[in-house]
Design a protein around this ligand. Sequence first.
Ligand SMILES: [Zn+2]
Ligand SMILES: [Zn+2]
Length: 168
Amino acid sequence: MPLTTMLLRQHGLAVTAQRLAVLRAVSDRAHSTADDIDRAVRAEIGAISRQAVYDALAALTEKGLVRRIQPARSPARYEDRVGDNHHHLICRTCSRMVDVDCAVGYTPCLTAADGSGYEIDEAEVIYWGRCPECVAATSVSSNGAKQQTSRTTSHQMEPARKEKDRRA
Ligand SMILES: [Zn+2]
Ligand SMILES: [Zn+2]
């Protein structure tokens, strides 16, 4: 029995071609958006409505086979790495998202300065910045000259600000 079929059964979900295809798509392309998954599934099994893909994603997420990550001001991403407390790095420029292992490994991995009496079970951590490709792409400016990097104290912040200005 294929692993995906077993996973669905283990989580009490009826095995359907749609769910299998969605689960495969999520597992093949970690951190995809629902749109990406919809496109991949459509390419694989053809006749499937967008709603069916979204429903399958919701069912898989609900049952814990798929994890949904909701970064601020951007579409949710999905992944099938659900068994651990890992975090994410997101590039502000190209939106690429990658995993970063949790230094602690269990939840909550950050201690609140003041928990206000809450029973805290998770700290959601997303690291924002720029990926190596985007850093490399902007460190060579349009005239081909290397960007000034001699002011080491501010050079990490500077490119990010420039990128924002360019987009504004
Ligand atoms: Zn990037
Ligand atoms: Zn991840």
